[in-house]
Design a protein around this ligand. Structure first.
Ligand code: PHE
Length: 324
């Protein structure tokens, strides 16, 4: 075949190619195993020795021409195809977007924050203590000796003979006095554990311990502090009652109840720090006195969110925990 004609044909074909598939087809048509140019190369053997170099060179030039042209074309086609995609897939940035779902603080965390903020504003500092606690801090130092019946009331989870999961945040009272001495004004939020589970009890729950030690602190101060706090927390003046109670580490002791829809609800224990506890922690009970309280966070949350069953707080139902 006349190479000139073939070149003409080839140029025509390239001109007609308008997408990458066309170009691919042309590559096969000319350079494939049985392609027009490939067959020419194969036929070189049929030529005489003197004709062969010239013909070979001409075929190579044609091949090169095709490769160069198709490369230029391929770039053009690629660009066109990109432009076409950009046009059809363009994004309208003025369209409203579906907002990202953000995480939420758990109602219990929010209650703890709300209570801590209040006491911080009243000059209390926040303390922390271990959840795996020694029997000494959880019981002995709090005036609850080994054979004391109050130990049974706590349904303790023991880790080994001496260590346990703290049953209340009161051990932090002792730890804080040992660390900071008197006078002192602290609160301690945290998890506590008791082997107990029903509608109003979960084996793990949260408390906030409060402790104030200074000269001439009396029960009136305690009553005032807690009443003010409860009014703040619920945003209104509530019916509050201080009911005489017993804790080995406070004397006198009281239970604080508030009036709920269903009647009186117990939300915290409190009292004047027992002189034995002060002595055990190295504070002179003749010089200093103090009050302490231990507040149940789940109960406060339950009231604040008007929930019936406390266990809901631990079921991770997004309808509850994404409420603000
Ligand atoms: N620790 C007590 C409880 O868990 C509550 C309490 C704390 C009582 C501080 C008096 C003073 O029941």
């Amino acid at each position: 075949m006349d190479l000139k004609q073939l070149k003409k044909q080839l140029s025509k074909d390239l001109n007609k190619a308008s997408n990458s598939k066309d170009l691919q087809d042309l590559k096969i048509k000319y350079l494939g195993k049985k392609g027009r140019i490939s067959l020419l190369s194969k036929d070189l053997g049929k030529l005489s020795q003197s004709e062969r170099p010239k013909a070979g060179k001409a075929i190579n030039l044609l091949k090169k021409f095709f490769e160069e042209q198709s490369q230029i074309l391929s770039k053009e086609i690629e660009q066109q195809e990109i432009n076409a995609i950009l046009e059809t897939e363009s994004i309208d940035i003025s369209l409203p977007v579906e907002s990202e779902k953000l995480g939420n603080l758990h109602p219990i965390t929010k209650t703890i924050d709300k209570i801590c903020q209040y006491f911080i504003s009243r000059g209390y500092s926040i303390e922390d203590g271990p959840e795996i606690e020694s029997e000494y801090f959880n019981f002995d130092a709090l005036n609850i000796p080994k054979d004391h019946p109050a130990r049974d009331m706590h349904d303790t989870f023991y880790v080994d003979a001496e260590m346990l999961l703290r049953t209340h945040t009161s051990p932090v009272q002792i730890r804080s006095i040992l660390k900071s001495k008197a006078p002192l004004k602290i609160i301690c939020p945290g998890k506590v554990y008791r082997s107990d589970a029903d509608q109003t009890h979960t084996p793990m729950f949260h408390q906030i311990e409060g402790l104030l030690i200074d000269e001439k602190v009396n029960f009136g101060n305690l009553k005032h502090e807690l009443t003010e706090f409860l009014n703040y927390f619920f945003g209104k003046k509530l019916k509050v009652r201080f009911r005489p109670s017993y804790f080995p580490f406070t004397e006198p002791s009281a239970e604080v109840d508030i009036m709920d829809k269903k009647g009186w609800l117990e939300i915290m224990g409190c009292g004047m720090v027992h002189p034995n506890v002060l002595k055990e922690a190295g504070v002179d009970p003749k010089k200093y006195s103090g009050f302490a309280f231990g507040l149940g966070i789940e109960r406060m949350t339950k009231l604040d969110y008007q929930m019936d069953d406390m266990r809901l707080l631990f079921e991770n139902d997004l309808r509850l925990i994404s409420q603000s």
